[in-house]
Design a protein around this ligand. Structure first.
Ligand code: NAD
Length: 255
């Protein structure tokens, strides 16, 4: 029970395949109280069903990160229900499907800005609100991908957003460290989820990664959840500004 009585906010559940779902489930099994969010009315009903997996005290609140009032409302509501917040999981990303194939050079202004706003700026926005509720310090994690460090075919605009997300996490780690708040990056290998399916050629990426990485397998949502729980727990109290690759070692190999 490495997260006993911790209050953890998890953003990014769309369905049972979502990385956020696995993180919330594992954290809950490790003793944490969970607050889940849903992005819009279309996802509400599914989120309500999924929330039943997390026990009676689970909070479920709306939050589209592009709507500032919804973000403020989310934290105001959490402030009323919980005496403090201990953890925040940012597992959110979005880009237009046409920007996740072909050449990066063809990315439109609108597509670029939207990917940055939803996938990267939102971490800074959420951290700013979380800071006030993390009265005893806390742990913030976000999900990145190797395509934010190196060029990965078709990842394009999302790779640039992930680079921005990762650097934001490091600046936030510096800003929030004096408040006892840690900020870390988890960088999973490819996993077949709703968001990943938008990237052209996902199947061949999964096959290539499995054939070439040291462990010769793909990673699962549960692999990511275990490392996330470690970063959210007091087992990692001196770790901040760090990136942990949960990719079966793929990031270590050359061309
Ligand atoms: P997913 O589709 O299950 O989750 C993406 C989530 O982002 C959804 O819940 C969606 O509702 C949310 N979202 C999108 N726009 C939003 C907005 N405006 N406001 C609030 N929420 C919004 O896919 P996933 O693979 O679980 O993705 C979770 C995170 O993991 C993302 O940051 C993704 O880039 C990252 N990641 C995924 C993989 C992978 O291969 N699946 C690999 C590395 C990193």
């Amino acid at each position: 029970m490495i997260l006993k009585d911790k209050n953890i906010l998890v953003l990014g559940i769309a369905n049972h395949r979502s990385i956020a779902y696995a993180i919330a489930k594992f954290c809950n099994e490790q003793g944490a109280n969970i607050c889940l969010t849903f992005q819009n009315e279309r996802l509400r009903r599914n989120a309500e069903k999924l929330a039943k997996d997390f026990g009676e005290g689970t909070l479920l609140l709306p939050c589209d990160v592009t709507v500032e009032e919804e973000v403020a409302g989310l934290f105001a509501e959490i402030g009323k229900r919980w005496e403090r917040l201990d953890g925040l999981v940012h597992s959110i990303a979005f880009a237009n499907q046409e920007d996740l194939k072909g050449d990066y050079v063809d990315t439109s202004r609108d597509g670029w800005l939207m990917a940055q706003e939803i996938s990267a700026f939102s971490l800074t926005q959420l951290a700013r609100h979380a800071k006030d509720l993390m009265k005893d310090g806390g742990s913030i994690i976000c999900m990145s991908y190797l395509g934010g460090e190196r060029v990965v075919q078709n990842y394009n605009v999302m790779g640039v957003a992930k680079a921005s997300l990762e650097m934001s996490a490091r600046y936030l780690a510096h800003n929030l460290g004096p408040h006892g708040i840690r900020v870390n990056i988890v960088s999973p290998g490819p996993i077949k989820t709703l968001a990943a399916s938008a990237v052209a050629g996902l199947k061949s990426i999964l096959d290539d990664v499995r054939e070439r990485n040291p462990l010769r397998r793909n990673v699962s949502q549960e692999d990511v959840a275990k490392v996330s729980a470690f970063l959210l727990s007091d087992l990692s109290t001196a770790v901040t500004g760090e990136t942990i690759h949960v990719d079966a070692g793929y990031h270590t190999i050359g061309m």
